[in-house]
Design a protein around this ligand. Structure first.
Ligand SMILES: Cc1cc2nc3c(=O)[nH]c(=O)nc-3n(C[C@H](O)[C@H](O)[C@H](O)COP(=O)(O)OP(=O)(O)OC[C@H]3O[C@@H](n4cnc5c(N)ncnc54)[C@H](O)[C@@H]3O)c2cc1C
Length: 390
């Protein structure tokens, strides 16, 4: 077992860190102040990322992507996590779900996403279907060569910028299996690729989140919106088959970014503790502060190792849903504790927008909610513990 980075992996970490410092960090203050990333800035970051070879780093090399394995990707995500979420998002890693594209879909959606010409967003959540996605009410009814879509999605990130939507809609129902907790008919889900601008699709601004300024969420209203059957991603009624692979990798991405953000918080907390004086000495000399720093450093390292191990297992093909859930659960909860302690170490200054610590604390909050809440991750993990005994 070797826990060290190879020279290529170390080079990747160094070059992504340098990219973040040069191309992203200088714009953080503007994004915080204006709560937006200007379209020209998104374009500028896109171009810089393509030039640096970081754009679509998760996609296969033969399709024009970076071809990074999951360990390398996790290292990259960790570095990108050190800056504003809205800015790093412009260094697109197209959703792995797009690898399910077939036939014309490859030219129309997958390759343009890899080349940086088109951007996608993913629409699962609805006002009445959050954690319980199978209860979604947006429905797609077959009508000749088309499907007619009706319903409403909400909290759909980046739909304001995206060119097309990876949409999940109920296309039928089947008998409930014994493990379906909600009872009743279980919905069959189909995934569609829907272009923005399709008649019957309305993209509306959503409510404002306190986390991740500049990164917005929309409401999508489908009213007799017609899409051709060629726009079905994967197979009809098998939408969750394509979603499941993507969900795991996304949870690892969230976890890795949390590690990067926590490292940044620790650096800020340590810097403050080493210089801020009270009672005639730096506050880092008080055990009440230094032990906080010790716990933060230990937890960050534990989350880091968990992420890298999950990535390593992914590359070896032995990863489980529980592995992804553990990485997401631990890293997101760790970030909440670390950023909260960072504010505490800064005292009153920690709450001032100008200092930049409250942002890390505020941004941390969403991580325990999106891409599956902490409670849902615990369900997945506990199932893996109990199921062998059933
Ligand atoms: C800023 C933001 C951006 C988002 N972006 C997207 C996006 O781009 N695309 C998309 O599709 N979705 C997106 N989401 C939706 C996100 O994935 C959901 O918010 C999340 O899955 C939780 O659903 P919910 O908010 O409806 O909460 P609910 O499911 O209503 O949960 C409320 C509470 O009940 C708990 N709970 C629910 N079921 C159980 C259970 N079985 N056991 C124990 N506890 C339970 C939850 O853990 C939570 O604490 C986004 C959300 C936010 C906040």
């Amino acid at each position: 077992m070797d826990f060290g980075l190879t020279s290529e992996q170390q080079m990747l970490v160094d070059s992504v860190r340098a990219f973040v410092a040069a191309e992203l960090k200088p714009h953080e203050e503007e994004v915080e102040r204006t709560n937006k990333v200007r379209p020209e800035l998104i374009q500028q970051i896109n171009e810089a990322a393509i030039k640096a070879g970081f754009y679509a780093a998760n996609m296969p090399e033969e399709l024009g992507g970076g071809g990074l394995d999951h360990v390398a990707l996790t290292l990259m995500e960790r570095e990108l996590g050190r800056t504003s979420f809205a800015l790093q998002y412009a260094v697109a890693r197209p959703s792995n779900i797009l690898r399910a594209c077939q036939g014309d879909q490859i030219e129309r959606y997958l390759l343009p996403a890899i080349r940086g010409e088109r951007v996608e967003c993913l629409a699962l959540t609805e006002p009445n279907a959050g954690s319980d996605l199978r209860s979604m009410q947006t429905r797609a009814e077959a009508d000749g060569d088309e499907f007619v879509i009706n319903g409403t999605k909400h909290f759909i990130s980046y739909a304001d910028v995206a060119d097309f939507i990876v949409l999940f809609a109920a296309s039928g129902s089947e008998e409930t299996g014994p493990r379906n907790a909600s009872g009743g008919a279980k919905r069959k889900i189909t995934t569609f690729l829907v272009d923005k601008g399709t008649p019957g699709l309305d993209v509306r601004p959503g409510p404002h989140s306190v986390s991740h300024r500049g990164f917005h969420h929309c409401e999508l209203v489908f009213n007799d919106c017609r899409v051709h059957k060629d726009q079905v991603l994967g197979e009809v009624h098998r939408g969750f088959d394509v979603a499941n692979q993507w969900l795991g990798a996304t949870r690892l991405t969230v976890a890795a970014q949390c590690v990067g953000r926590a490292q940044r918080a620790l650096e800020m907390a340590a810097g403050w503790a080493a210089t801020r004086k009270q009672f005639g000495q730096t506050i880092g000399k008080f055990q009440g502060t230094s032990f906080k720093l010790a716990d933060m450093a230990t937890e960050i390292e534990a989350a880091n190792l968990l992420c890298l191990q999950t990535a390593w297992k992914t590359d070896r093909g032995s990863v489980t849903d529980a592995d992804y859930a553990m990485a997401k659960l631990y890293a997101t909860e760790m970030l909440a504790r670390v950023t909260d302690q960072t504010v505490q170490i800064f005292g009153g200054m920690g709450l001032m927008e100008e200092v930049g610590v409250e942002r890390l604390w505020r941004d941390a909050r969403v991580e325990r909610i999106w891409d599956g809440t902490s409670e849902i991750q615990r369900h997945i993990i506990s199932r893996s513990v109990l199921r062998p005994l059933e």
